[in-house]
Design a protein around this ligand. Structure first.
Ligand code: GAR
Length: 204
């Protein structure tokens, strides 16, 4: 098999996309980004892809109305670019069942909390408001639920007394940038086995 072909989906800043680009350049991740896709025309992630000469496209939700239409358009793009693995990196749309089914156990997401705590939006603000002492980030396979799929890796980050959502988010983000490339590399090495809702990491 050739190099793992990735699609990275991002709605905004794209710092996790950048971490993946950097890990590939550093030889820490044996993959190539086949395409970057965004649902936001002005996403900085698209700008980063352009700068690194990575194929990229804005897939406009308005042009794909109706149930399942956006998902079908996504899957068509993944097939067109012969994508082996999809990495959601700050992609702020919930994938529908059609996309999940078409790429079962081949879609990853990174979420800025220790799931199953604080799923959904503004996870870092939820953690601060709840008063937990530790939060972190989670890379998981995507299933039909919201942030519910089998967990691959997690990293723990302490919450400080004087944290606000922004300071906590920044501390978590540093760990995200380490964790996501590692999880993708495990997938690339064929070392992830999904057993029920658990993921077994096979030895090398
Ligand atoms: C990251 O913190 C990511 O974990 C989070 O959005 C941010 C995207 O940053 N994702 C979610 O909250 C998904 N529910 P980035 O665009 O700089 O990678």
């Amino acid at each position: 098999m050739g190099k793992l072909r990735l699609a990275v989906l991002a709605s905004g800043r794209g710092s996790n996309l950048q971490a993946i680009i950097d890990a590939i350049a550093a030889g820490e991740l044996a993959a190539e980004i086949a395409v970057v896709i965004s649902d936001k025309e002005d996403a900085r992630a698209l700008e980063r892809a352009r700068r690194h000469r990575i194929p990229h496209c804005f897939l406009d939700p308005k042009e794909h109305p109706g149930p399942g239409a956006y998902d079908r358009a996504l899957v068509a793009l993944w097939r067109e670019y012969r994508v082996d693995l999809v990495a959601l990196a700050g992609f702020m749309r919930l994938l529908g069942a059609e996309a999940v089914r078409a790429y079962r156990n081949r879609i990853l997401n990174i979420h800025p909390s220790l799931l199953p705590a604080f799923p959904g939006l503004n996870a870092q603000a939820q953690a601060v408001a709840y008063g937990v002492r530790y939060s972190g980030c989670t890379v998981h396979f995507v299933d039909e639920g919201m942030d519910t799929g089998p967990i691959i890796l997690q990293a723990v980050v302490p919450v400080r007394q004087d944290d606000d959502p922004e300071t906590l988010a920044a501390r978590i983000l540093e760990e995200e940038h380490r964790l996501y490339p590692r999880a993708i590399q495990l997938f690339a090495e064929g070392r992830l086995e999904v057993v029920g809702r658990r993921v077994r990491i096979k030895d090398k």
